[in-house]
Design a protein around this ligand. Structure first.
Ligand code: SAM
Length: 231
């Protein structure tokens, strides 16, 4: 099954995933993740979810935002990623208000209308059913609550798009090769080719039931944050 292949892939890259992301984005991915936390509308004391949490970067930032009166659940289906996330949280003082959960973004193990805010970083491009994933986010969000979904984006400017394609082929894949992970990182370019544009994401979000949906292109349009609100 496709999702099994994706899970195996993310288990395999887990040990170097953070280091490689920080290097390849020159540290910028933390800023983009911080923007997603802000746009999710999460505030102190909130109960939040980070879907496709991987090694926990975004969930840790979300936990800082909600503080000790709040709580964050980080959910992913790759156990090796979750193990690293748990180690990272354990090394922090005070211990962040976080729970790590193995689960499927396409069948979230929570009741309806449960969370005050949701984030998802580089997950929507990887799920096998994007409309189904958006419907699940909609279902578990409380009324009037928001989700902020960060991912790669194909810039509308042709020159920047060419630069992005060159970067993925000439920098990202060779860098991953150093870690023996060529195949694992070569998947980014084709997955981005298939990924809906910001405008298409808005349409899908409205079809999933969201009352409002806005897509914010960032980093010259090479990344984007889809912000959706349940009515
Ligand atoms: C590119 S990583 C992003 C990790 C993290 N959010 C970040 O921004 O660094 C994508 C993650 O999505 C997870 N994933 C993909 N499909 C999933 C699904 N159906 N259910 C749960 N996790 C999934 C993978 O295991 C992987 O950890």
């Amino acid at each position: 099954m496709v999702s099994d292949r994706i899970r195996i892939l993310f288990n395999r890259i887990a040990p170097v995933y953070d280091q490689l992301n920080t290097w390849l984005s020159l540290g910028q991915h933390r800023i983009w993740k911080q923007m997603a936390v802000k746009w999710s509308g999460a505030t102190v004391g909130d109960s939040c979810l980070d879907v496709c949490c991987g090694s926990g970067d975004l969930a840790l930032l979300l936990a800082e935002q909600v503080g000790l009166p709040g709580h964050v659940t980080g959910l992913d289906f790759a156990t090796a990623q979750l193990a690293i996330a748990a180690q990272r949280a354990q090394a922090r003082y005070p211990k962040p208000p976080l729970t790590w959960l193995e689960g499927d973004a396409l069948a979230l193990p929570f009741p309806d209308n449960h969370f005050d805010a949701i984030t998802m970083g580089y997950g929507l491009r990887n799920v096998t059913d994007i409309p189904g994933s958006l419907k699940e986010l909609y279902r578990v969000l409380k009324p009037s609550a928001k989700a902020a979904i960060l991912d790669f984006h194909r810039p509308s400017n042709a020159q920047i798009r060419t630069l992005q394609q060159w970067y993925l082929e000439a920098i990202v894949v060779p860098a991953a090769k150093q870690f023996g992970l060529t195949e694992e990182y070569a998947y980014i370019a084709p997955s981005l080719d298939r990924f809906p544009t910001g405008t298409e994401q808005i349409t899908l979000a409205r079809q999933a039931g969201f009352a409002t949906a806005t897509h914010y292109p960032i980093a010259g349009g090479t990344m984007g944050v889809l912000v959706v609100m349940k009515g």
